[in-house]
Design a protein around this ligand. Structure first.
Ligand code: IMP
Ligand code: MG
Length: 187
């Protein structure tokens, strides 16, 4: 992968979602969750690694007690296409039986990851499971998955930043951008 060794911005073709738009969207999602879960003490489960930045900002916009946990799954190799196989790389630390669970995802793409994860978590008998995704690429869906809380619909383009990576890079870029084609072509 060709990457500018000094400045990430040089690898970006254009910005798709600004910091301000991210902030407004995360605040809205936090308000929606706060209204629906007041007094319920929900358990938020972030799907690593992509959702960790979103999770960190989201919980600070939720104004009712909640707890959190993390799970790591892999369905992608190092590129931009899902392998179609989902593997649990890190399981939860918590028992979710009887809990009101909210899965926190960075982006809903083919739906393969969540169509595996949600039924798997259902077998652990939580009181409820809802899905909160920051981004949605509806045109890419291969398996139907419904998001209860949805941030921004994005076009069918591979995006990076705000936790989302290309080959583990660019997660620290503070807004959402599309990479220059040269970044992919010179692998
Ligand atoms: P799905 O199983 O195809 O829905 O893939 C979901 C996962 O793929 C997300 O949690 C991301 O980690 C990754 N992913 C999908 N689209 C993108 C993208 O545009 N940029 C970075 N990661 C993506
Ligand atoms: Mg990823």
């Amino acid at each position: 992968m060709k990457q500018d060794p000094v400045c990430m911005k040089n690898d970006m073709l254009r910005t798709l979602v600004t910091r301000e738009e991210l902030e407004t969207t995360v605040a809205r999602l936090g308000r929606e969750i706060t209204e629906d879960y007041r007094g319920k003490n929900p358990l938020l489960i972030a799907v690593l690694k992509g959702a960790f930045v979103f999770m960190a900002d989201l919980i600070r916009q939720i104004d009712t007690p909640c707890t959190l946990d993390f799970m790591a799954v892999s369905s992608y190799g190092s590129g931009t296409e899902s392998s179609g196989r989902v593997k649990i790389v890190k399981d939860l630390d918590t028992n979710i039986e009887g809990k009101d669970v909210i899965i926190v995802e960075d982006i809903l793409d083919s739906g393969v990851t969540l169509s595996y994860l949600i039924p798997m978590l259902q077998t652990r008998r939580p009181a409820s499971i809802r899905l909160c995704t920051l981004f949605d690429k509806p045109t890419r869906r291969k398996v139907p998955v419904y998001a209860d809380y949805k941030g921004i619909e994005v076009p069918n383009e591979f995006i990076v930043g705000y936790g989302l990576d290309y080959g583990e890079h660019y997660r620290n870029y503070p807004e959402i951008a599309v990479l220059k084609p040269s970044v992919y072509s010179e692998e």
